[in-house]
Design a protein around this ligand. Sequence first.
Ligand code: TRH
Length: 379
Amino acid sequence: MLQSVDLFCKVIDNYGDIGVCWRLARQLQQEYGLQVRLWVDDLDSFLPLCPELRTELPQQQCRGVDIFHWQGPLPAVTPHQLVIEAFACDLPPEFVAAMAQQPDKPIWINLEYLSAEPWVEDCHQMASLQSRWALTKYFFFPGVSPATGGLLCERELLSQRRQFQSDPALQAEFWRLLGVPLPQAGELRVSLFAYENRAAARLLHAMAVGGHPVTCMLPLSRVAGDVFAWLGVESAQPGQKFERGALTVQVLPFVEQRVYDRLLWACDINFVRGEDSLVRAQWAARPFIWHIYPQDEGAHWPKLDALQQRYCQQLDGAAAAALRGLWHAWNQQGEITDAWQQFCQQQVVLGAHADQWADHLAGLGDLAANLLHFCKKIS
Ligand code: TRH
């Protein structure tokens, strides 16, 4: 029986992949009782997600997970039974050599990036013989269709989300703890998490001159510079609030993942980015706009369109067009003012759809369960 896991994560560009790995590590430990060793190359980037982390320590335990600073030659450890290399981060050769020397060879998984592209279904669970080591590495793909590994989702997440969204007292308590006023009747509340984005100024302008009040929750992230420039301020601190026409911008700190999840549940519309916040926005069952991580030569576009197409399969034409228009405009293709208005007009339809989509995803099983099931099958 599987009892222990090594999970290797390289941080790319801010939080990058640690957002996903930190959730997976905690879930494997808390829900399956596995001993988890999480190797991370950049503890400073990890710190906002795990504020109790002591970045000067080479190894420590946080929330039941053994965290190792992955730098230089690794300490001599015996590899655990399951070794996950997150996002093809390349295991250190000395560690692979140690894996090859084990009498019971560890299972070696490359956990890949989330993509809704069709080729993923062919490559999911594919085996690749590493002849130099006489070991086999398996590719495991998260995804939104049955032939993939599904998405990370903790056991209680959906029941907690439903309870939160159906209980005004829980929502009021949440806003109170964040130090933010309760939504007024008729107000649209959005959360905004994104990379630097040239479309931000026009989006904020459209919100400011629109027909109904909008409050934009802005946790400090890379898009904040664009928002501050539009507001005409050099910088702002969490807790500060700015009013421009119908728009209020409420600056928030970078909150812990658990709190961020609730922010997504509590807002009417969420702007998210990258991978992990994108996944959490889907579980929030609210309309969302994805700022995809931009890649050279537009390599990110097929990935964006693949998810948009799958997401819109069961959606009526006008709502699908509104979603596509705003996703494209937010990723610098098209005019955002009109796209924002169209999206808002479809909010009710998009909201109902977001709920059905979350149910569809839940039907795929969650990534951790699917991964462990696969390990059992091949061992
Ligand atoms: O950090 P990201 O941009 O991650 C991306 C993706 O992984 C992408 O595929 C990769 O190529 C690129 O990095 C280099 O966005 P993501 O994945 O949403 O991670 C952000 C994490 O921060 C996520 O776990 C949610 C969390 N978060 C908080 O915990 N608190 C907050 O206040 C906010 C705004 C986010």
